[in-house]
Design a protein around this ligand. Structure first.
Ligand SMILES: Nc1ncnc2c1ncn2[C@@H]1O[C@H](COP(=O)(O)OP(=O)(O)OP(=O)(O)O)[C@@H](O)[C@H]1O
Length: 333
């Protein structure tokens, strides 16, 4: 549905050129929930803004279906843009309008009759769970409720894609979870393709099918969420999945085994069986196993036994039961 071919974006600033994106290639499938994750300054917002040409790439092509958006005249581009809705971290609601007035706004601009606009806005506000707050002003709503209004407003023009730029970053964990569930619901009920920009792996875990990991303006890695979780290939993906703060901080580097759980095996029996089978105590330095779609995914870090014989036994046991692992060192921080 959306395809980037060799997209680059350079900003000219008084301090010189800033290359925000370099030669980005990616493809987002119709009906999917696609995550773009990266650290602050990685280029995520620029990337998402290039999807609807709020930002024009300096090089490359942006296809929406099979149309190169960069080749369109202004009127035609506006038409295509209506099919691409967007929500933001700061909600961007009109403060002097009620929730209903906010959702009616894009319909009024599109020339829809007031009666029809109100009817549609009411339906959308019901869909996002705000049946009782239609006449409330943004200042009377919580962050989660404001984001629900913003979602309803973005859906008013029947977009095929909804771009969500850090849409849950200003919300607490419970509200985040509820908003992500709502987006998942919208994807399933309305078949709207959803692109989620985030710096938080847990957001990707909760709703995305596929993910692109962005680092310093390039795509470091892309693939199905469970594959990237199971076997992160890039250093940046490893850091995002398993932040350093989860690892032991003893001041000295330790030799470790990094175990990957792939959704079949739950982590607890594996460790207790390993202890019994190999007759060795294992020191768990960190774990970030998560439940994704009802299956356990994630990683666990074990300190290696110093005894080489016991180490060989542990590795052979893991091979036998089919748990992926790799050897490494913790950082001495
Ligand atoms: N309008 C602009 N003018 C100049 N430089 C810009 C502009 N927009 C972004 N940049 C620069 O491009 C790079 C990528 O920024 P971008 O906002 O896309 O990153 P991000 O991953 O979304 O980060 P954050 O999560 O902190 O918003 C940064 O170095 C940023 O300073």
């Amino acid at each position: 549905m959306i395809r980037f071919e060799h997209v680059s974006k350079t900003f000219q600033t008084s301090a010189g050129e800033v290359k925000a994106l370099s030669d980005i290639n990616l493809e987002i499938e119709d009906g999917s929930i696609f995550g773009v994750i990266g650290l602050s300054g990685a280029g995520k917002s620029t990337l998402v803004r290039c999807m609807n040409l709020l930002e024009r790439p300096t090089e490359g092509s942006v296809f929406f279906h099979d149309t190169d958006l960069l080749s369109l005249k202004e009127a035609e581009l506006r038409k295509q843009r209506r099919k691409i809705g967007m929500i933001f971290q700061q909600f961007n609601l009109l403060e002097q309008r009620t929730a209903l007035g906010n959702v009616c706004y894009p319909l009024e601009i599109a020339g829809i009759k007031k009666k029809d606009a109100v009817k549609k806005a009411e339906e959308l506000l019901k869909l996002v769970g705000l049946d009782n707050r239609m006449q409330s002003y943004p200042s009377q709503l919580s962050g989660g409720q404001k984001q629900r209004v913003a979602i309803a407003r973005a859906l008013a023009t029947d977009p095929e894609v909804l771009l969500c730029d850090e849409a849950t970053s200003a919300l607490d964990p419970n509200t985040t979870r509820a908003i992500l569930e709502l987006l998942k619901d919208i994807n399933a009920k309305l078949n709207v393709t959803i692109v989620v920009i985030t710096h938080e792996m847990k957001v990707v875990e909760q709703i995305c099918d596929e993910v692109a990991v962005i680092d310093h303006g390039i795509v470091a890695e892309t693939g199905k969420v469970q594959d990237v979780f199971l076997k992160p290939k890039s250093q940046i993906a490893r850091e995002l999945i398993f932040p350093k703060r989860h690892e032991a901080s003893t001041g000295t580097a330790k030799r470790i085994l990094r175990l990957s759980f792939d959704g079949q095996k739950s982590s607890e029996p594996v460790i207790s069986n390993l202890v019994m089978e190999c007759q060795t105590a294992v020191n768990i330095l960190g774990a970030s196993t998560e439940n994704i779609g009802g299956k356990a995914y994630g990683q666990m870090i074990l300190e290696l036994p110093e005894d080489e014989f016991k180490l060989a036994k542990v590795k052979s046991y893991l091979n036998e039961i089919g748990i992926s692992y790799e050897e490494g060192e913790t950082n001495a921080d």
